[in-house]
Design a protein around this ligand. Structure first.
Ligand SMILES: [Zn+2]
Length: 323
């Protein structure tokens, strides 16, 4: 077996296992290896027709966010999201008491302490809701890039999107950015090292990269194994551990400034149902009782605090000299 861990670079595979497509109940069995060095997971042979596993129902692209801020509900959402993303706004604080913002993408923006002038590029922005939220709460210099962005229009008619790959975009010599963001994207790319290395070419000196990824080595992976919701074979080509992510970031010349955890109770809910053989279950909250959901929320909270949760948020500082 010609193996090299895409995260830590080790050529020592540990155990291998077979995983199935679970989200849509499609056919196919996919062999993965767990790195003997860092514990990260990766598919051994990606399917040649990988695009087939991103049907039109795939979440990242299926709803353009144009109506998110319309009507009175939109106004309330805008107050709330401004407070979550910037830490400012009394009205938003009141809204949060009764209507919490559950989206960890929005919560992660606060970690960046952006200014209204910050230039931000969301790499693999999908249909772009997060960018519309950022624009509406005051960050006007945000842009997206996604070769599969499903429209010719800017996001919400406002936020520009480049429909190309990062390498193609770099060739256009765009103005550099303060922050590049990868929200659950690196696990889908064949070569995360190449991606993070290209990202450096788009950053201002000392600019930062925000990476959110699923995490192997987590309670969820250990407890559910191939029934783990975020294994998501075969779309997730590789999934790092915290150690794997750190090693790759440092090898690419970044300094890891922040490591946090932002799993959702949904991950336990969906993994429980995958274990029972029920596909596509994440959109069926009624399949667990309110008491069970409370249990998922308590456990998730504990795992996020202890660092055993299955979703990580990393902030990497670029601009250092490679050594
Ligand atoms: Zn490894």
């Amino acid at each position: 077996m010609n193996y090299r861990c895409v995260w830590c670079g080790s050529d020592q595979p540990g155990r291998t296992f077979v995983a199935w497509e679970r989200l849509f109940g499609m056919e196919g069995a996919f062999e993965y290896a767990e790195c003997a060095q860092c514990g990260s997971l990766q598919i051994l042979q990606p399917p040649e027709d990988l695009k087939r596993y991103y049907p039109p129902e795939y979440d990242a692209y299926n709803a353009l966010p144009d109506t998110y801020y319309s009507g009175w509900l939109g106004t309330v959402r805008r107050w709330r999201d401004r407070t979550v993303a910037t830490g400012r706004g009394g009205l938003g604080r009141l809204v949060l008491l009764v209507h919490p913002q559950q989206d960890p993408r929005v919560r992660s923006i606060r970690l960046l302490n952006l200014t209204p002038q910050s230039r931000v590029l969301d790499v693999g922005c999908g249909s772009g809701l997060l960018l519309l939220i950022m624009y509406e709460v005051g960050f006007r210099h945000v842009e997206g890039i996604d070769p599969y962005y499903p429209s010719d229009r800017p996001i919400g008619g406002k936020v520009p999107v480049h429909r190309c790959t990062l390498a193609e975009y770099l060739a256009q010599h765009p103005e550099p950015y303060d922050v590049l963001m990868y929200h659950h994207v690196l696990e889908h790319v064949p070569n995360p090292e190449e991606e993070l290395s290209l990202a450096k070419g788009l950053l201002k000196p000392g600019g930062r990269v925000l990476v959110r990824v699923p995490l192997a080595g987590s309670y969820h992976w250990k407890h559910y194994g191939v029934d783990w919701f975020q294994l998501d074979a075969p779309r997730h080509l590789s999934i790092p551990t915290v150690q794997g992510m750190r090693t790759l970031a440092e090898r690419c010349g970044y300094v890891v400034e922040h490591v946090g955890f932002d799993a959702l109770p949904l991950h336990l809910h969906a993994s429980e149902l995958y274990r029972k053989g029920i596909p596509g279950s994440q959109h069926r909250p009624e399949m667990h009782s309110p008491a069970q959901w409370k249990q998922f929320a308590r456990l998730t909270d504990r795992l996020n605090r202890s660092g055993e949760a299955d979703s990580g948020v990393f902030i990497l500082r670029g601009g250092s000299v490679r050594g």
